[in-house]
Design a binder for this molecule. Structure first.
Ligand SMILES: [Ca+2]
Length: 223
């Protein structure tokens, strides 16, 4: 199970970080930000909803960009961006209309439930750099030192009920990556490297409890 959810996670946030926004540049001191409510920020080319404006509240896939959340089927994290409609629980009906979805790598995980939360540095609910996309690590060249974080909570009922929770933070600017572990400037372990710029600071698995807790502390306030 651990390997399964790790694999899920590996691709999960890559989509979040790569799929929605392009490279962020340093903005002006007092940026003129576009909000979702302005109605001009749209889904990206190739998305099932391409060209349609982002909305406040949950979209049909489960994203709530305004509130920095996703809640829904694991596969719906990806289906929209790959041009598919949302999966709503009826496998046969969905495949009848979208037969190629069966080949989507995330299709086997359609009955895994997922709750994701992230902060504004991870994926903003505004476009302040003017590229027409929600910002990532606004004000920073990369996620390093940006204070970005996210949490993933997933659960399912295959092979028995299970759940998995993890917290992931962007590495501080003065952190150092050694042997697959991020270390704080004072040498304290922050957590295992994930997606290069990030560290896992907490993992909790059903039946096992906390399987990893950062020696630097699992809270967000210090990151
Ligand atoms: Ca932007």
């Amino acid at each position: 199970m651990k390997n399964k959810v790790s694999g899920l996670l590996l691709t999960l946030v890559l989509v979040l970080t790569l799929g929605l926004a392009t490279t962020t540049s340093i903005g002006a001191a007092k940026p003129d930000c576009t909000r979702i409510q302005d109605g001009v920020l749209t889904y990206s080319t190739g998305h099932y909803l391409a060209g349609e404006p982002l909305q406040v509240g949950y979209d049909i896939f489960g994203y709530n960009y305004q509130s920095h959340m996703f809640k829904g089927s694991y596969v719906n994290v990806y289906l929209g961006g790959d041009g598919f409609p949302p999966y709503e629980g009826d496998t046969d009906a969905y495949l009848a209309d979208n037969p190629s979805a069966e080949d989507h790598w995330a299709w086997p995980y359609r009955d895994t439930k997922l709750l994701m939360k992230w902060n504004d540095a991870w994926l903003s609910n505004k476009d302040c750099d003017g590229d027409g996309k929600l910002d990532k690590h606004y004000g920073y060249d990369s996620y390093i030192g940006s204070g970005a974080w996210e949490t993933n909570h997933m659960w399912g009922n295959d092979d028995g009920k299970w759940s998995y929770f993890t917290k992931i933070v962007a590495a501080p600017a003065d952190a150092e990556s050694i042997g697959g572990i991020w270390y704080a400037a004072d040498g304290t372990e922050i957590g295992p490297v994930i997606w290069g710029a990030f560290a896992t600071i907490q993992e909790v698995e059903s039946g096992l409890g906390a399987t990893y807790v950062s020696p630097s502390g699992p809270g967000f306030g210090k990151w």
